[in-house]
Design a protein around this ligand. Structure first.
Ligand code: UGA
Length: 435
């Protein structure tokens, strides 16, 4: 099948490359000429494990272009995978989606299915369909289908090739048939549902996961107060298949481009329709305050941060990505700097992006964890990179001036710090060697 994909971010590029790996001829379209030039050379513009290899293996079926007219004019299927960032009021900004819809309307010269992969508010597919039909130049049949994306950054290729489910949202039979053909070689359950339900499945899934995280974070906070251990608690909960044992890791809150944006967008949509979703509102509030958990803990050990050397391990919103969107580090590090601390940062891939967001003479970057910890008065762990998880914890007291480690991602078993001199405080567990 001849497929075009609009947008070469996480959703668009991963979708395009995975479809090519299943034998489709795919043209990936992007407005950014520099990105397109990179991809033509077989280089991935995003950091995503496994993607460059899969891209290189399938270059004979992949075309990269800025020319949307020739890419869309004879495509059987056109995926829209552009971003839907958050507007200041929390609602989703659909301008990129409509830009592509307009380009499709003027370019399509053949019957085709437009597949909306971008996360869009419920009812948007209907609007896009009318918009395209109003603006279309050639007398061809253009269907619109919703096909939400469930990939996670860092495991995007695996999540796409071995999806938990493929949701096909259509209001007619034909586009459903076409999409089943597109995905016939994907080993995943395929669900054909109404278009609005498909749009809702995406928000309801992401928001449920966000809710689960905020819930477990509140339970963790209470565990600290009442002397329970959140890891033991979630282990006990996870055995119940109705609850499940995944996404029960307590920490300093969710970040990334999806949960923060999608919780706010659904909350906005619900309130706009006089149908407030109180649980999601609560999840957002809990997450906003959870992000400051380590700073609050630090205040117990230091009244002020002036001239303090603070080591920061990890600044991305999760491991396996260089993405910093909504990362807890971005709200915490400015507070440390405002209070006069010297911040020493280690992150294996996030440094460049961090520098673009925050620049300050009191920040230093290091390429090893050891150097970062040298002479530090405090260590904050924001991301559970495997280098942190596998770090020999005895080195904290060897290298730091005052070994106080505040772990926002519960990287270590408590037993690892028994018998050391390091004060180790994590989320929802007792503090070891408290001072
Ligand atoms: C999320 C969803 O997991 C995907 O299914 C969805 O397709 C994607 O959003 C999207 O809408 O595009 P992603 O944002 O890449 O994927 O990352 P996650 O692995 O879900 O993690 C999000 C945040 O939650 C991270 O900050 C992570 O540290 C945090 N988290 C996750 C926890 O605090 N605890 C957990 O148990 C799990």
């Amino acid at each position: 099948m001849k497929i075009a994909v609009a947008g070469t971010g996480y959703v668009g590029l991963v979708t395009g490359v995975c479809l090519a790996s299943k034998g489709h001829n795919v043209t990936c379209v992007d407005v950014d000429e520099q990105k397109v030039a990179m991809m033509k050379k077989g280089e991935s513009p995003i950091y995503e494990p496994g993607l460059p290899e899969l891209m290189r293996d399938n270059m004979d079926r992949l075309v990269f272009s800025t020319d949307y007219v020739s890419s869309y004019k004879d495509a059987d299927v056109i995926f829209i995978g552009v971003g839907t960032p958050e507007k200041t009021d929390g609602s989703a900004n659909l301008s990129y989606v409509y830009q592509v819809a307009k380009q499709i309307a003027v370019s399509a010269e053949k019957d085709c299915v437009v597949v909306v992969k971008s996360t869009v508010p419920i009812g948007t597919n209907d609007k896009i369909e009318s918009y395209i039909h109003d603006k279309q130049k050639h007398s061809v049949k253009i269907y619109v289908a919703s096909n939400p994306e469930f990939l996670s950054q860092g495991t995007a290729v695996r999540d796409t090739l071995h999806a938990s489910r493929i949701v096909i949202g259509v209001n007619e039979e034909e586009p459903g048939k076409v999409l089943k053909e597109v995905y016939q070689d994907f080993d995943a359950p395929k669900l054909v549902v109404g278009r609005r339900s498909a749009e809702m499945i995406k928000y309801a899934s992401n928001d449920f996961l966000a809710l689960k995280i905020s819930y477990v974070n509140e339970i963790a906070n209470l565990c600290e107060t009442v002397g329970a251990d959140v890891e033991e608690v979630t282990m006990g909960m996870g055995y119940d298949a109705r609850i499940g044992d995944r996404f029960l890791n307590a920490g300093i809150g969710y970040g990334g481009s999806c949960f923060p944006k999608d919780t706010k967008a659904l909350s906005w949509l619900a309130s706009f329709n006089d149908n407030e979703i109180r649980t999601i509102k609560a999840a957002i509030e809990v997450n906003d305050s959870q992000k400051f958990k380590l700073i609050k803990k630090a205040k117990k050990y230091y009244d002020e941060f002036l001239f303090l050397n603070v080591a920061v391990l990890g600044c991305t919103f999760k491991p396996g990505t260089d993405d910093l969107r909504e990362a807890p580090s971005l709200v915490n590090i400015p507070l440390l700097l405002e209070d006069g601390a010297n911040v020493r940062i280690w992150d294996p891939v996030g440094e460049e992006n961090f520098k673009k967001k925050i620049s300050n003479k009191n920040i230093q970057y290091f390429s090893t964890i050891e150097e970062t910890l040298e002479g530090a008065d405090l260590c904050l762990i924001f991301t559970e990179w495997e280098q942190v998880v596998n770090f020999d914890v005895r080195k904290y007291e060897e290298l730091m001036k005052t070994p106080i480690v505040l772990d926002g991602r519960n990287c270590y078993p408590l037993s690892a710090f028994e018998g050391t001199k390091t004060t180790y405080s994590s989320i929802g567990r007792r503090t070891i060697n408290d001072r």
